[in-house]
Design a protein around this ligand. Structure first.
Ligand code: ZN
Length: 259
């Protein structure tokens, strides 16, 4: 058994026995690690009460064979999640970020960029005043990093360019013109469909073009440069919720808490 050191976020903690915990950690060096923390529930323990959800810790663990839990021997708290400006909503958002990372990563697959994104999200979510925007921007970057950025400019099936996907400032138009301008987003393929490829396809949602334009802007503009128009927020949230459910094959537990 070799001793390894890493810096890691606590993604999950559960009881193993009266005195021990099993922790799922996401480390910068090794990716996701699952480890047994013997004696972590005793008053005197080598973990310094660092093993709380979303805490960032410096850890030492003994590597076990591939199937077994590793053995955590040390954890030193670097930073704990604090309830600041964004309150409980920020806590839920940070738990959601951790849940997405947990659901989409394999054990011991190091992804430093994903670690840095989670690090940034957890810090931001506790003190931001633009939480809803920040969650959407996190999700966009997250999709990029796991290789599932939606295709918004060309048809995800045939590659044909989709006509101008909408100006978020322009909300004019009767119900009829809006209906004719609606776009189709294929959840399975992960992107927009041209009108020719739409018929007969399942798991397709209709989206207003201006909402897709806002979605596209998440990757290019910061929340300081451009706030998400409130009128687009609900549709955007619904679209991303459905897309994530489809992608993960399950509904993230924290979706209910995103407001
Ligand atoms: Zn097409």
């Amino acid at each position: 058994m070799s001793a390894e050191q890493a810096i890691a976020f606590v993604l999950r903690v559960y009881d193993f026995s009266e005195s021990s915990l099993v922790v799922t950690l996401f480390s910068r060096e090794f990716g996701k690690i699952r480890a047994l923390a013997k004696g972590a529930k005793r008053p005197k323990n080598p973990f310094d009460f660092a093993l709380d959800l979303l805490s960032l810790c410096r850890i030492v663990f003994l590597r076990k064979s591939s199937d077994a839990l590793h053995l955590l021997t040390e954890a030193k708290l670097v930073r704990r999640f604090r309830l600041e400006k964004s309150g409980l909503a920020g806590w839920y958002a940070a738990l959601y970020a951790a849940e997405l990372v947990n659901l989409t990563t394999d054990d011991e697959d190091a992804q430093p960029a994903l670690f840095d994104l989670l690090d940034d999200a957890i810090s931001r979510f506790q003190s931001t005043t633009t939480l809803k925007d920040d969650i959407l921007r996190f999700e966009w970057r997250f999709l990029e990093l796991i290789g599932h950025s939606p295709s918004l400019e060309t048809c995800v099936n045939c590659g044909e360019e989709i006509a101008e996907i909408g100006n978020p400032q322009n909300q004019d138009g009767t119900d009829e013109t809006v209906r004719r301008r609606e776009r189709f987003f294929a959840l399975t393929e992960g992107g927009v469909l041209c009108p020719r490829c739409r018929p007969g396809r399942r798991a397709v949602v209709s989206v207003r073009p201006e909402t897709l334009a806002v979605l596209r802007s998440l990757g290019t503009k910061t929340s300081a440069e451009s706030q998400i128009p409130p009128r687009n927020y609900g549709e955007l949230r619904a679209l991303l919720n459905q897309y994530f459910c489809h992608l993960l094959g399950q509904r993230p537990r924290m979706h209910d808490y995103l407001g």
